[in-house]
Each structure stands twice: as structure tokens, then as C-alpha cells.
Design a protein around this ligand. Sequence first.
Ligand code: CMP
Length: 222
Amino acid sequence: MVSSVLKQISFFKDLSNSDLKKLFSIAGLKQYAAGQMVFAKADLGNNFFIVKTGRIKIFTTVGGGKKKTFAYLKKGDFFGEMSLLGGKVRSASAQAAEDSEVLVISKKNFKRLIIENPDFSLNLLQTLVERLHKANKDMESMLFHNILGRLAEAILDLSKDKHTKPVKMAIDQNELAQYLGTTRVPVCRAINTLKRAGIIDYRRGELVILNQARLQSMAGSD
Ligand code: CMP
């Protein structure tokens, strides 16, 4: 059952059938209900995870409950590798943003996969480079963009796998605030500014992109 699951996951698309079989014998499957924690920041890291279905939120909490969402991971994305490769403890928390299923691989088997499967290791490295690239972009954006530019960037980022025309996504203002590492009030103001300019519509937790080109220009990505 797990091997047919693995074949559908892009992370494993380059692996041979025998490599997939090997993986199949070492991966377990775990289910998390929406809101359930997979692990918390600073826990000891023992497992590596790959999302099979649903969405996993990766976030950090600082001081009196301030939150910053680093990423929403979906089908085929992995997490939990950092503490296994060096940090020892989890660098961030992982929580199911909706009902989710994840493949679980132990630390020992994860290290064996890296050593024995060049394609697996290459995929891992490529994704880590993409994440570093995004983290640099986020830092640049936090330092040099105003809240409108950052909101525009966040909306484009969070909606990149939505293919309706116009693009629509369900997201609440708290989620957006946490993604930007700020509070709800400035995000609410920025949303209203974008609404007044006819760039987005936002009602009852549903955001619609009305003018993608202007959004891209505000995000500095056109
Ligand atoms: P680990 O430190 O073991 O536990 C938290 C995990 O969150 C971490 O491994 C990574 O897999 C993942 N993670 C941390 N930062 C980011 C980020 N900026 N983008 C995507 N995933 C991340």
C-alpha cells in the first residue's frame, strides 16, 4: 500500500522500483486530524516525514505567543530533516492545517536512504536550496518591503497551486498575519487597501485575485 503511495509523490519520481521497494519496507503511515500537532519546536528529532495528503503548517512561536508561519507543506513535500542532519532538536513546530496523512521514516533509515540513494539525496538537496532561496527572499522582503508589498507577495505565494480563474483561496486574516509574522490589524488594513484598489476581493474568509499583474508588480516579482 505504501509503495503505491510513494509512486504518486513527486519527491520519489526519479527513484527506481527497487529503491521504492526499499523505502516501502521502512516507511510507516500516520494520520493527523486538523489542528493536531505533529511535533513542537525544540522537541528531540527522531523521524523524517513526507506529506501524503492534506496540509502541514510549519511555524515558530516566539516570546508571548507571537507566531511566524514558514511554510504550508502539501502532498509530496517533506519535513523534519533538519534536526536529523545536525540540529538535534526541531527548529520549528509542525501542525496539521487540515486532516492529513504523512509517511514516517526513522532517523536511522533516513540516514541510510541518504547514503545509499544518490537520487533521494539530490532531491533532498534541491529542495533545501529552494527553501533557503525562499528564506532569503522573505528576509529581503521583511527588511525592504512595506506591508502592502509583503501581503501581495504572500497572497501570490499561498495561491500558487490554485488554478481557478480568477484565482480563489480560503484563508483567514490570522493565517495571513502569521504568514507575514505580524498581527491581524495591519493585515486587515492592507487587505482593505488592496480591495479599494480593485486588486483583490475578500469576503468571509475567501480571497479572490482580481488583478494578478498589479499584485505581481506590488510584490516586485513582475
Ligand atoms: P526540523 O528542524 O527537524 O523540524 C522542523 C522542520 O520544519 C524542519 O526540520 C524542516 O523540515 C521544516 N522547516 C524549517 N524551516 C522551514 C522553512 N523555512 N520552509 C520549509 N520548511 C521548513
